[in-house]
Design a protein around this ligand. Structure first.
Ligand code: G
Ligand code: G
Ligand code: MN
Ligand code: NA
Length: 252
């Protein structure tokens, strides 16, 4: 398969890159963090989106070395921003395969030491579905990560088959409300669900992030409900490191 061969070479050819999407406080507009999103700059296909190649990375196990590259690159970038006086939280997505990796916590620990990033600035995102697939092992793996001092976010929350009672077993810091709910906020039921998740997060001392915020009506709703941060095209599309730097330069 041509794609697989290309993927195998992509790391050594330096074809992967990270885009960064801001997460901002909907009341103050202050930037709280960013999510790192993997892209593949293919010499013929151009910029390839994760949906087109992450499944193959997972099937072949290549997600392990690529995931490590993602983690290291994201930590280096966050440390650079910190040096510039901008302590932005860096959210990194992990796949199911990575969570099952025996030495995951050890590797994350090495990367934190190597890059000098304070662990509290790294937030590891796992989808609700990944965590629930194998809840018993996930609890152990997440606790090991948590012991490093990193933050854990439950991604795509509200659409998987998670039981709320399970939440107390996971050492999580953040609930990321799925864009599937945010896109339907005009619907009373979806608005009720989003509001309930935000207030549940607050009561559990977790932070809440809403994903896929595209319009002012959604922003207003999330501000009223006191969601901690929002992410979406209304604020900014994911940007290359260079575009991100230019945007930061314009901020006060
Ligand atoms: O922009 P977007 O198309 O970037 O990303 C789509 C999905 O791909 C994200 O929701 C996320 O689940 C996944 N993804 C993006 N970057 C990474 C990454 O570095 N690692 C893993 N495992 N998944 C990623
Ligand atoms: O990890 P995860 O699935 O949550 O990654 C977020 C995904 O959502 C990425 O693919 C990103 O490009 C995409 N995204 C970010 N903001 C918006 C938005 O406002 N609208 C839509 N439709 N997608 C978004
Ligand atoms: Mn995510
Ligand atoms: Na998500």
């Amino acid at each position: 398969l041509a794609l697989e061969t290309d993927l195998r070479r992509a790391l050594e050819r330096n074809e992967y890159l990270l885009y960064y999407q801001p997460q901002v406080d909907p009341s103050s507009g202050e930037m709280i963090g960013v999510e790192a999103l993997l892209r593949w700059q293919h010499r013929e296909r151009g910029l390839v989106m994760p949906a087109e190649f992450i499944p193959l990375l997972e099937e072949t196990g290549m997600i392990i070395p690529v995931g490590e590259w993602v983690m290291r690159t994201a930590c280096i970038q966050a440390h650079k921003w910190l040096d510039e006086g901008r302590p932005l939280r860096m959210a990194v997505n992990l796949s199911a395969r990575q969570l099952r990796q025996e030495d995951l916590a050890e590797r994350v620990r090495s990367i934190l030491l190597e890059t000098g990033l304070p662990p509290g600035l790294l937030e590891i995102e796992l989808t609700e579905t990944i965590v629930m697939e194998n809840a018993g092992e996930a609890v152990i793996a997440l606790n090991r990560l948590k012991d490093l001092g990193v933050r854990i976010a439950l991604d795509d929350f509200g659409t998987g088959a998670s039981s709320l009672a399970y939440l107390k077993h996971f050492p999580i810091d953040t609930l990321k409300i799925s864009s599937a709910i945010i896109v339907e906020l005009e619907d009373e039921t979806d608005a009720a669900i989003a509001g309930a998740v935000i207030s549940m997060a607050r009561n559990m001392k977790l932070s809440s992030v809403a994903e896929g915020v595209e319009n002012v009506q959604q922003l207003d709703f999330l501000r009223r409900e006191q969601c901690d941060s929002i992410q979406g095209y209304l604020i900014s599309r994911p940007m290359s490191a260079q575009a991100f730097a230019e945007m930061l330069d314009k901020l006060p």
